[in-house]
Write a protein that binds this ligand. Structure first.
Ligand SMILES: N[C@@H](CCC(=O)N[C@@H](CS)C(=O)NCC(=O)O)C(=O)O
Length: 215
């Protein structure tokens, strides 16, 4: 058995953050498939009592320790490995700031937007989609501005804030409804920088469950 097990599925940008981190740090890890759309295991009382009471993926298992929330998993892995870890107290707080902003307002909207427009049957209410799109555009513009100043979110070296922020950004444009690199050139260049890190892989090559049945 590998050192780490990651409960995940290919379409999850939230889980991608943790899978990418494990791969970038060259960890000994294996995915555990969460049948999120088929059996919806995450909704069952058994999964909630045995894996994650919050009913969410990703979940990282490291021996006796089980963690959810990608921000917590990234923090844990960076502290344990020393990789992609903020170097100073100021940077640590700055990383936390971007993790929270990302979870709430960037990928926190991109995931549901992609779900409602590309996965849900029937698709989401157009008014809801319009609301989410407006929020996403505002918040991507904030990230774009930030990345005009520094090559990485927190200065001149990559941290877990970058790994978190790219969560949904490598999925195909027709799924996402956003061509992020074309619309936000600084984000586009930053995505290329992340892609060049040794160990980078696309979410569909890193986690099980692609393609979705019937697609
Ligand atoms: N902030 C959480 C978000 C996790 C999350 O929402 N994961 C989705 C899958 S991509 C989920 O499990 N959703 C179930 C639900 O919302 O009921 C994280 O970063 O880990």
């Amino acid at each position: 058995m590998a050192q780490y097990q990651l409960h995940c599925f290919a379409q999850s940008g939230n889980a991608y953050r943790a899978a990418l981190m494990l791969n970038l740090m060259r960890a000994d890890w294996e995915p555990v498939f969460v049948d999120f759309f088929g059996k919806a295991v995450q909704r069952t009382p058994q999964w909630r009592s045995e894996v994650n009471e919050m009913g969410e993926a990703p979940v990282l298992v490291d021996g006796e320790r089980t963690l959810s929330q990608s921000g917590v998993i990234l923090t844990y892995l960076s502290e344990k490995s020393g990789q992609y870890k903020p170097k100073t107290e100021d940077d640590r707080l700055e990383v936390l700031r971007w993790l929270l902003f990302d979870n709430q307002k960037v990928n926190g909207y991109l995931g549901p937007y992609r779900f409602l427009r590309w996965i849900a049957k029937p698709a989401g209410d157009p008014k809801v989609l319009e609301f989410l799109k407006g929020r996403i555009d505002n918040n991507l513009a904030i990230v774009e501005k930030r990345l005009a100043k520094t090559p990485w979110l927190v200065g001149d070296y990559p941290t877990i804030a970058d790994i978190s922020m790219c969560g949904y950004m490598y999925y195909p444009v027709d799924e996402m409804g956003f061509d992020i690199p074309a619309t936000y050139p600084n984000i586009g260049k930053w995505l290329e920088r992340i892609k060049a890190l040794p160990g980078w892989k696309h979410p569909y090559d890193l986690m099980p469950g692609h393609p979705l049945p019937g697609r």
